[in-house]
Structures are given as structure tokens and as C-alpha cells.
Design a binder for this molecule. Structure first.
Ligand SMILES: NC(=O)c1ccc[n+]([C@@H]2O[C@H](COP(=O)([O-])OP(=O)(O)OC[C@H]3O[C@@H](n4cnc5c(N)ncnc54)[C@H](O)[C@@H]3O)[C@@H](O)[C@H]2O)c1
Ligand SMILES: O=P(O)(O)OC[C@H](O)CO
Length: 349
């Protein structure tokens, strides 16, 4: 049994704490709000974020960071992307020993285009961990918390750290694969949220399965295009953290990104929708990052660009569908084939 600390008591942090608890670890769940910790400890429910399950007494819920971090063997950051730097800065003040650093956050920082593991490496004391582990894949908290079969990847440049994360989380309902492509895993998990917003918009406009399948497949082509340009292995995008996560987020009503897109297409304002949902919708900030990044790198991302314009430039969703459907005609697979061919040629050399 190990002491493991989850930082962030939202829906995903709570679901991961439950998996660790099932595996017999001494689980500490930290929230930055004293009232939130008190409420969970008193009611044994996390009403605002994951009300469907009971939080067992064996999970210590606290707002005291020093106590949460003391003697822990692993820190699992499960926070919105925008909270990663501030929480790392607080952790840096209290962490005084070597740990495995894991994160389950899916986003890109719009101001710097940094991935979450890059931000963490900048903010934390490097002597206290080997390499960050990214835990990502098709996994909604609502299903993980009721022990429905789920598969994820634990990706790190340190095999030891990835294996430690696999050991902590893996059980007969939560299967964890190790993976070495940190760039691909982080980008797949982050960029799919933009396409999921699009899937919600498509459903909200009343379009059917054909439109959704088109969004997912052409969306994946865009993700792979940007991801490969950022140094990812193109094959990662046909794995759990690419197509796998894209399918789950675009087709599930559990998805916060899908839900936000759906409400947007039905005429809601973005600010009101985000306020009303009260949970993080990562695709919104990531759309900003990906749109700028694609522009800087000269990468064609028409769906991402369309979603950015709906979110931030008040473009009508229906008009955007018309625009996407009437783009200049072109072959389907040219650049994806080129990417995969280049990948295989590199391996043969
Ligand atoms: N919900 C899921 O099913 C799921 C699954 C996989 C990955 N993720 C990813 O996990 C991350 C967290 O998502 P979530 O769904 O748990 O979010 P959430 O909105 O349910 O919860 C976020 C938590 O972070 C806390 N928080 C916000 N700002 C903070 C700050 N400045 N300092 C400290 N704590 C702060 C909130 O109080 C809340 O407890 C996101 O990047 C999301 O994409 C979510
Ligand atoms: O609910 P979403 O849209 O934030 O997605 C949650 C997870 O990333 C699904 O794997």
C-alpha cells in the first residue's frame, strides 16, 4: 500500500481517487477549497462534480496541501489546465522528497502553446521527480466511478515512472497501457476536445450520424497533422489517446465539451453555458491555442478554425457547416499517407 495524493477534487480527480482506493492505496484527495473538503467529509458525496457515487471514508479529503503531500509516493494532478501552474507553484513550496508526478489534465496553454507536462516541468523542482507521466485515454469520470471497463495510457519518457503509474492505477476494470509518446498522447487528449465541441454543435443543429462520423474522421486528420508537426508519432493518433478518446468525447452525453457545443448550437451564449455547467470545458481554451498554433505553423485545420470562429467570433454554426461543406474539392488521404509513409521510412533507416 502506498500513500497517493490526488490534487483536484473535481469529477475526474474524484473518479481517479476511487480507482486508487479500490486498489488498496492510502488515498488523499486535495481540494483548494476548505468548504468543499468539509462538505465531502460530512456528506460522503461530491455533489457539484460527481454526485452519483459515495466517497468512502478511507479516502482522506483535505484542503491542507502540506499534509496531503507529506510522505506521498505519487502526486496526481487532475486540474483544469489553467490551474496547473498556480497549483505547481504551491506544491513546490511544500514538496521535499522524490515522487512520481502524474497528470490527467487535457489542454494546451493558449499564451505559450505549452503542453501540461511542459508547464509542470517549468514550475516544479526537477530533482524531485524523473519525468512527468500523462494519464490519458477514453475515460469519463461518470463511468470510471461506477467501475465500468475503461482503458487508458500512462505515457512518460521515464519507463520507471510510467510503470509506477500503471501499477498504482491498474485493476480488472481500469486497464493501463504504458506509452512513450508523451507529445502525441498529450496533444491527442487535448485537441479532441475541440472536435467534441463540434460534435455537440452538429447534434444540436439536428444533424445525424453521417455528420458526426465526418467530424470525427476529418477532425482526426487535423489532429494528426498538427500533432505530427509538433513532434508526435502519427501512429499514436490511431490509439487510445487519439481516435479512442475522440470517439468517446464526441459521442457521449457525459462529455462536457459535447454538452457545451450542443447548447451553443441551440442558441446559448458561451459565457452563460460555461457559467451554468460549472465544470471545466477544456476545448474552449484549447481551440484558442490550436487555432493560433496552426496559423503560426501554416497547418490547415478547417474544422478547428470553424469552431474557433463559432466560439470567439460569433459566426453562426449553420453558416460554418455550409462553409466547411463547400470548401474547395481535394483528395482525402494524401497527407495522412505521406505522414505514415515518412514514419515507416524513418524506422527502416
Ligand atoms: N471529467 C472527466 O471525465 C475527465 C476525464 C479525463 C480527463 N479529464 C480532464 O481532467 C481535468 C479536470 O477535469 P474535471 O472534469 O475533473 O474538472 P472539474 O471542473 O470537474 O473539476 C475541476 C476541479 O479543479 C478545481 N480547481 C479549479 N481551479 C483551481 C485552482 N486554481 N486551484 C486549485 N483547484 C482548482 C475545482 O475546484 C474542481 O475541484 C481536465 O483537464 C479534463 O479535461 C476529465
Ligand atoms: O467531458 P469531457 O468532454 O471533458 O471529456 C472527458 C474526457 O477527456 C474523456 O476521455
Amino acid at each position: 500500500m502506498e500513500k497517493v495524493t490526488v490534487l483536484g477534487a473535481g469529477s475526474w480527480g474524484t473518479a481517479l481517487a476511487l480507482v486508487l482506493n479500490d486498489n488498496g492505496h492510502d488515498v488523499w484527495l486535495w481540494t483548494h477549497l476548505e468548504e468543499h473538503a468539509k462538505e465531502i467529509n460530512e456528506t460522503h458525496h461530491n455533489k457539484a462534480y460527481l454526485n452519483n457515487v459515495e466517497i468512502p471514508e478511507t479516502i482522506t479529503v483535505t484542503s491542507h496541501l502540506t499534509e496531503a503531500v507529506k510522505d506521498t509516493t505519487a502526486l496526481v494532478f487532475v486540474l483544469p489546465t489553467k490551474a496547473i501552474r498556480p497549483v505547481c507553484q504551491q506544491v513546490k513550496q511544500v514538496l521535499d522528497h522524490h515522487v512520481t508526478i502524474i497528470h490527467g489534465t487535457k489542454g494546451i496553454e493558449p499564451e505559450t502553446f505549452k503542453r501540461v507536462s511542459e508547464m509542470m516541468e517549468e514550475e516544479l523542482t526537477k530533482a524531485y521527480f524523473d519525468e512527468v507521466v500523462v494519464l490519458s485515454g477514453p475515460s469519463h469520470a461518470e463511468e470510471v466511478s461506477i467501475k465500468q471497463p475503461t482503458t487508458v495510457s500512462a505515457s512518460s519518457l521515464s519507463e520507471k515512472s510510467a510503470t509506477h503509474a500503471q501499477h498504482l492505477f491498474m485493476n480488472d476494470r481500469f486497464r493501463v497501457y504504458t506509452n512513450k509518446d508523451v507529445v502525441g498522447v498529450e496533444l491527442g487528449g487535448s485537441l479532441k476536445n475541440i472536435i467534441a465541441l463540434g460534435a455537440g454543435i452538429s447534434d444540436g443543429l439536428g444533424y445525424g450520424d453521417n455528420a458526426k462520423a465526418a467530424l470525427v474522421t476529418r477532425g482526426l486528420a487535423e489532429i494528426a497533422r498538427l500533432g505530427t508537426a509538433m513532434g508526435a508519432d502519427p501512429l499514436t493518433f490511431i490509439g487510445l489517446t487519439g481516435i479512442g478518446d475522440l470517439i468517446v468525447t464526441s459521442t457521449s452525453q457525459h462529455s462536457r465539451n459535447w454538452r457545451a457545443g450542443n447548447l451553443l448550437a441551440k442558441g446559448g451564449s458561451l459565457d452563460d453555458i460555461l457559467q451554468e455547467m460549472g465544470m471545466v470545458v477544456e476545448g474552449v481554451r484549447t481551440a484558442k491555442a490550436a487555432y493560433q498554433l496552426a496559423k503560426e505553423k501554416g497547418i490547415d485545420m478547417p474544422i478547428t478554425s470553424g469552431i474557433y470562429q463559432i466560439l470567439f467570433e460569433n459566426v453562426d454554426p449553420q453558416a460554418m457547416v455550409d462553409q466547411l461543406m463547400t470548401r474547395q474539392r481535394r483528395p482525402e488521404t494524401d497527407e495522412i499517407h505521406e505522414m505514415l509513409k515518412a514514419h515507416y521510412l524513418k524506422q527502416e533507416q
